[in-house]
Design a protein around this ligand. Structure first.
Ligand code: TEU
Length: 596
């Protein structure tokens, strides 16, 4: 009896084993076993990052300036938009000389934006809606009203060396002290200001009201790590690091920077008059950045985005780190801003080379990102043309990588004319009434246009801190929500599409690029292939995509999305179009599904 049981058990085991082996061989041979869908990518790879300029999103406590209650009340809007992370430009305590980029308390909220309780509530609401919250971290400088600076003036320890102080190079006969070197402020003029109480100059890369912190003092490094920890412990999801390349300067303050020989700038007060060999991208910056990275890595799923404005792409790439050292998750890719400043610079070829430059320069294994605009630059719709709004959103949201959308880009907001009297931006003000328009950043910072009621539904107060763009009557969220076709609707379709596997992990290729055409493919082998085609010219064209393509394209494709400017029946979404006779209006983006 016992033997029979043992034999039976052995047979049963053998039988099950054989079945398993057959099954494994069968599925392996066919290769059809679906991959388990594990979404283990960090959030910043899955998400669109949406930049909020807090003064301008929504005025929840009506006084004409946006605030945290206002931003929180737009959580529903943002989650419906389909963005995954919201980066807030600075909301810290500040005298607002540079609208929040001059901070007098790194761990408190400015009353103009609300209270810490408002902030906590915002983080809660956003997290409940699946939205991450990314803070602006401004480590290079503080406000001159920060208690550290006030104590540093008085040489009160440990604050004595918190800032970069220097003796004059010499003193003129009339008693005027001369700065230690020729270094310039980004906002023009000498980067040194004399402090008579301390009897020394202090260095400021930006405004005199923004003294640079001295990272050669270990106390400063510690203090700023405490700042990061403070916000991480509150549950924020990461940081955008401001002005990172300016963090260190050479130790020897007697060194003058050389005049830029390759530039046509003749005004010696202008920042780019000099080559910044001694004041940017110093090796010590990377050591500090690495420490911040380590600190963030103690918390799960945090992002570190670095602001590095530099026209040498290899310099910018250093901020990614490499395959052994991780630094920022990405430095912002400003190439689409720097290389494409106006429509005449935009062609199929320049788009291809600009995009390729980033992709090809990135260190192995790193993740791209795409920026069309921000609070420091003119709005993309005005720079490149309102006809291109949808095409450019399609491009940045469907290329591999993380798109960074500046508030209002989803509805195609344009630059606003701001008179000299209304100008607020210190960068504009410093150029005076004749030249402020070339330098002011105000036109891109005006209130979000929510509806066509007075002041665009941004506030119930009587005024706004910057004027509302008069085009709000037609260009606003409500109108675009009601319209059959709108920039906003396309934007939402794009954030949905991005969730498809092919846009998350698919390959990319550039099948056809000419002066007038930019195109790319996203595809998964033996699965679907999408093709985005953009007419970069200023004329309506009928394109033959077979002409000049570097792969064999099918005869037809199915329209998935098209720019709102295209009203032709031929290209209605869902219709099959002939790729050898494809009508595209000027600036149009057309997304096709191909069967290859
Ligand atoms: O910008 C850093 C910076 O280099 C900018 O000054 C940029 O070159 C310029 O705005 C282009 O017009 C950051 C912030 O983004 C900016 O808003 C602040 O004014 C600046 O830092 C100082 O904190």
């Amino acid at each position: 009896m016992e033997r029979r049981m043992i034999l039976g058990f052995l047979f049963a085991t053998l039988f099950v084993g054989v079945i398993i082996i057959i099954l494994v061989c069968f599925t392996a041979k066919n290769g059809k076993r679906p991959e388990p869908v594990i979404d283990d990518e960090p959030f910043w790879k899955r998400s669109v990052v949406f930049q909020v300029y807090p003064r301008s999103l929504y005025d929840g406590q009506p006084d004409g300036t946006g605030d945290l209650i206002g931003i929180r009340s737009k959580a529903e809007y943002l989650s419906e938009l389909g963005v995954g992370a919201v980066w807030l430009s600075p909301i810290y305590k500040s005298p607002m000389k540079d609208f929040g980029y001059d901070i007098s308390d790194f761990t408190d909220i400015d009353p103009i934006f609300g209270t810490m309780a408002d902030f906590n509530a915002l983080v809660n609401t956003f997290h409940n809606k699946g939205l991450k919250v990314v803070m602006d971290f401004v480590p290079n400088h503080s406000s001159d009203q920060h208690p550290w600076f006030q104590k540093s003036i008085k040489r009160q320890d440990p604050y004595t060396n918190y800032y970069i102080w220097a003796k004059p190079k010499n003193v003129l006969d009339d008693g005027t002290p001369v700065p230690p070197n020729n270094w310039l402020s980004v906002f023009r003029g000498s980067a040194w200001t004399w402090n008579k109480d301390r009897g020394e100059f202090y260095y400021h890369q930006f405004l005199a009201e923004q003294p640079d912190l001295n990272y050669r003092d270990p106390n400063v490094t510690q203090e700023m790590k405490k700042v990061l920890t403070f916000w991480l412990d509150k549950g924020v999801d990461g940081f955008r690091v401001d002005s990172l390349q300016h963090l260190f300067e050479v130790e020897d303050l007697s060194l003058d920077e050389p005049v830029a020989s390759d530039s046509d700038i003749t005004d010696p007060d202008e920042y780019n008059y000099l080559n910044h060999t001694y004041t940017i991208n110093q090796p010590e910056t990377f050591t500090v950045l690495r420490e911040w990275r380590h600190l963030l890595d103690k918390y799960p799923d945090k992002v570190l985005m670095a602001e590095v404005y530099n026209n040498n792409v290899d310099t910018v790439m250093q901020y990614y780190g490499n395959d052994t050292v991780s630094l920022a998750d990405f430095p912002f890719n400003f190439l689409l801003i720097d290389n494409l400043q106006n429509r005449s610079q935009l062609t199929g070829h320049t788009l291809r080379s600009t995009i390729g430059l980033w992709l090809d320069s990135m260190p192995e294994g790193k993740w791209p990102n795409w920026v069309l605009g921000n609070h420091d630059n003119g709005r993309v719709a005005s720079r490149l043309g309102t006809d291109l709004v949808d095409a450019l959103n399609m491009m940045t949201l469907l290329l591999p990588g993380t798109p960074v959308t500046y508030y209002g880009e989803e509805i195609g907001m344009e630059n606003t004319f701001v008179s000299w009297e209304d100008t607020q931006d210190p960068q504009g003000c410093r150029w005076g009434p004749q030249h402020y328009q070339e330098h002011s950043r105000d036109p891109a910072r005006t209130p979000m246009q929510w509806n066509n009621s007075s002041l665009a539904g941004f506030t119930t107060a009587n005024t706004t801190w910057l004027p509302v763009n008069p085009n709000y009557k037609t260009l606003n969220v409500e109108a675009q929500t009601k319209a059959k076709n709108s920039h906003l609707k396309i934007y939402k379709d794009l954030t949905k599409l991005r969730k498809e596997e092919v846009f998350k992990k698919g390959h990319y290729a550039f099948p056809l690029v000419t002066e007038d055409i930019f195109s790319f493919l996203r595809y998964v082998e033996e699965s679907e292939t999408y093709m985005l085609v953009i007419n970069t010219s200023e004329e309506d064209l009928e394109l033959n995509l077979h002409h000049g393509a570097n792969i064999e394209l099918p005869h037809t494709g199915q329209v998935v999305l098209r720019s709102i400017t295209d009203t032709s029946v031929k290209t209605e979404p869902g219709s099959e179009v002939d790729l050898s006779k494809l009508p595209l209006v000027r600036g149009e983006g057309l997304l096709l599904l191909l069967s290859l």
